[in-house]
Design a protein around this ligand. Structure first.
Ligand code: PLP
Length: 722
């Protein structure tokens, strides 16, 4: 049977009928001309009111609007130009993969991830892992890599952050309005929703499947909130990363095993399985089971699956590696294992961490053992991961531990400021700079851009950020419960002339959001300097169950509200993909001070650097590779107990600020341009543009893992022929 999304917008005038396809294809999220078309159609006010979501906006528009547009020559001219671009990008036989690697129609790479950060109109993400997955899918579309994504719908998991007047995060959950989001439920020819069954203890779980079109890449999201499920099962996909171990195990069973079943129902048998973190690792089991059921023996099936599995591990934080008690595993996998023909002990053995065998079934240990291709997300992270897991290979030295690395990267068209890219880079780097952005030679032309031009663009981005923050404060002021203290803390006193530091990230404790506040007196002197003041913009969410992190957030809020800082600290509510765009474009310095080696990569600093916002960062994650002495500032984390380290690391930041950053920023020539500073900005762009991008990353995944795995399987396919 042929499952497909139901068409919406069926009654559009024929001349502009493809607007419906475009609205449902997130292609517009990284092509400003696509967004512009919708703005032309409905107006800027409707576009903002509907959260920059064309599906929602189009549903609000009157039929007469479409009718008029279909007769308006100016609109039609623009429409045709955008559609020509769109159609060209959707051609399945174009792109790097097709020309350099293989025929993309022959093999599929199934990419499994618990979250995807694609656009704020589709909030199914928590943080960095999700943005990485979202950027990955967009890049696969750009390069023509035949990947398909699998994930969860999370109908009510997205946290809208609200801060009470005493600085406490009181989250409200936003229900995803699926009917108005750029997702479509898959239906069969009779119009019935596609329902996929996943056998579980005590009956089955059913999922419905929603399709997200990401350029030419398909993403399928599973949803357990269907009538066929009892209430407990219905709530499995409610929210991201639930704390209850049993529900979490059930989530991961649905994600892994269910994901493979969904692909099967759609007629997709992936050649390669790519696990983005350990959460979906049960997909490995289901692939083995499929083969055993077809008559292959267990060992052969395991071998086949192992050599076609890629596992990316993302964090050295212990809580980031899921472990499930054996009794829980027994409860859910007892009958499944008999169908696989694997004994319980053998199976449990695959998930045991030899250093802590009693801790249960470890998803990372399982995924490491069952995949031939394993990678970390930066060079530094590989070092740490090899230390963490070397005991799985007791006969090998640490350097021989078979774990590679592919440093994370960001999707350039998504994260570049539109005008910086379309105006400045187009003019000086050549109109095809975006097409060819992984060619380092193009970025050498950065030196051709006059300092004034870059500086002016930056000033515009900075004012846009500060205006956005003040607009939010103004809206908040309308709320009868808002008070002036909160408003000041939210950034009302920010000033576009002042050197601005940005610190926006989840309030996980290892990220040390309060480190800058460590020595309040010294910080106050820095911020309130009469000639060379500094301001800091903070943003970020705490996990709703994490009281410790909420306390950190409260400390930041209280500092922002503290009059002795003279309004030079701001905490901005509700850090999401939309606010992130403004922040990474508009602050002057991006500050990053996790406790090493906990930040496996970090990507927000890449987004900032790409836009000429250099990082001031501790050496951890990507910065160990990214820093070249000229593109920002770096310092080694100190050793010792936490309190000592925190004091010393804060000291290191104050030093760099006082001795290097502040003087350089305020040293302007008679035209008002800080030449030395602009040099650092240009260098930041030059280093990030070709290297720390999803283009480089996806090419590397393809060349290191996908292509060899595909070739290996093809060789066996040919050998097996009689
Ligand atoms: C990029 C991004 C992140 C991840 O940033 P890190 O540097 O890895 O902390 C988190 N949230 C949002 C909204 C982002 O855009």
């Amino acid at each position: 049977m042929n499952y497909r999304p139901r068409e919406k917008f069926l009654n559009l005038p024929a001349r502009i009928a493809k607007l419906g396809d475009l609205a449902y294809n997130l292609w517009w999220s990284w092509h400003p001309e696509g967004r512009e078309l919708f703005i032309m159609l409905g107006g800027r006010a409707a576009w903002s009111r509907n959260g920059h979501n064309p599906v929602k906006m189009m549903q609000e528009l009157d039929d007469s609007v479409f009718k008029l547009a279909s007769l308006d020559p100016r609109f039609l001219r623009y429409y045709d130009a955008v559609m020509a671009r769109f159609d060209g990008d959707m051609d399945p036989r174009s792109g790097w993969f097709c020309t350099s690697i293989a025929d993309p129609r022959e093999d599929t790479i199934a990419y499994f991830s618990a979250e995807y950060g694609l656009h704020h109109a589709l909030p199914v993400y928590a943080g960095g892992l999700g943005f990485l997955a979202g950027d990955y899918l967009k890049e696969c579309s750009d390069l023509g890599v035949p990947s398909v994504g699998i994930g969860f719908m999370y109908p009510e998991g997205y946290l809208l952050q609200r801060i009470t007047p005493d600085g406490w995060q009181a989250g409200a959950c936003e229900r995803l309005d699926r009917e108005n989001a750029p997702v479509q439920r898959l239906r069969d020819d009779d119009g019935n929703p596609l329902l996929v069954e996943i056998p579980l203890l005590g009956g089955s779980i059913y999922v419905e499947v929603w399709k997200v079109q990401v350029g030419r890449t398909d993403l399928y999201l599973m949803d357990t909130a269907v009538d066929a499920n009892d209430p407990w099962n219905r709530s499995i996909s409610d929210r991201l990363y639930t704390g209850d171990p049993e529900q979490r195990l059930r989530q991961e069973i649905v994600l892994g095993i269910g994901g493979i079943r969904v692909l099967k129902a759609l007629g997709i048998e992936p050649t390669v399985l790519h696990l983005n973190e350990g959460h979906p690792a049960f997909a490995i089991l289901e692939r083995i089971r499929e083969r055993v059921e077809r008559g292959m023996d267990l060992e052969e099936s395991e071998e086949y699956v192992r050599k076609t599995t890629v596992f990316t591990t993302h964090t050295p934080v212990p809580a980031g590696h899921d472990k499930f008690s054996f009794s829980l595993m027994e409860k859910y996998f007892g009958s499944y294992l008999s169908r696989l023909g694997i004994s319980r002990d053998d199976f449990f053995g695959l998930g045991i961490d030899p250093r802590d065998p009693a801790s249960g079934f470890n998803m990372t240990a399982f995924a490491l053992r069952m995949s031939k291709h394993r990678n970390c997300v930066s060079l530094r992270h590989r070092e740490v991961t090899r230390q963490m897991w070397r005991h799985l290979w007791p006969n090998l030295s640490e350097e021989e531990v078979p774990i590679d690395y592919v440093t994370n990267g960001i999707h350039v068209p998504t994260w570049i400021d539109r005008r910086l890219g379309n105006i400045t880079f187009n003019q000086y780097l050549g109109r095809d700079w975006l097409e060819k952005h992984d060619n380092p030679l193009i970025w050498e032309l950065m030196d051709e851009i006059p300092d004034e031009v870059i500086w002016k663009q930056h000033g515009r981005m900075k004012r846009a950020l500060i205006n956005k923050i003040k607009d939010r404060a103004r809206l908040k002021w309308r709320d009868p419960e808002s008070d002036s203290r909160t408003l000041m803390a939210f950034g009302t006193l920010l000033d576009p002339q002042t050197l601005t530091l940005g610190f926006a990230r989840r309030f996980a404790s290892y990220k040390r959001a309060t480190l800058l506040l460590q020595d309040a007196e010294r910080l106050r002197n820095i911020l309130t300097h009469p000639q060379r003041p500094v301001q800091i913009i903070f943003a970020g969410k705490a996990h709703p169950d994490d009281q410790q992190s909420k306390l950190l957030l409260q400390r930041v809020f209280n500092a922002a509200a503290d009059k002795s800082f003279e309004g030079r600290i701001a905490f901005v509510e509700d850090y999401d993909q939309y606010l992130a765009q403004y922040l990474v474009h508009g602050v002057d310095v991006w500050v990053n001070n996790p406790r090493p080696p906990m930040e496996a990569s970090g990507t927000s600093g890449m987004k900032a650097s790409l836009n000429g916002v250099p990082q001031l960062s501790i050496f951890d994650g990507w910065w160990v590779e990214g820093y070249n002495g000229k593109n920002g500032w770096g310092f080694e984390g100190s050793e010792g107990p936490c309190e000592v380290r925190d004091d010393r690391d804060a000291e290191a930041i104050y030093e760099i600020l006082e001795k290097e950053v502040i003087p350089l920023y305020y040293r302007v020539d008679d035209k008002g341009v800080p030449r030395g500073w602009v040099k650092v900005m240009k260098e930041a762009i030059k280093v990030t543009g070709p290297n720390f991008t999803s283009r480089r990353m996806v090419k590397e995944y393809t060349e290191k893992f996908y292509h060899p795995a595909i070739e290996e399987v093809r060789a066996t396919r040919i050998c097996k022929r009689p």
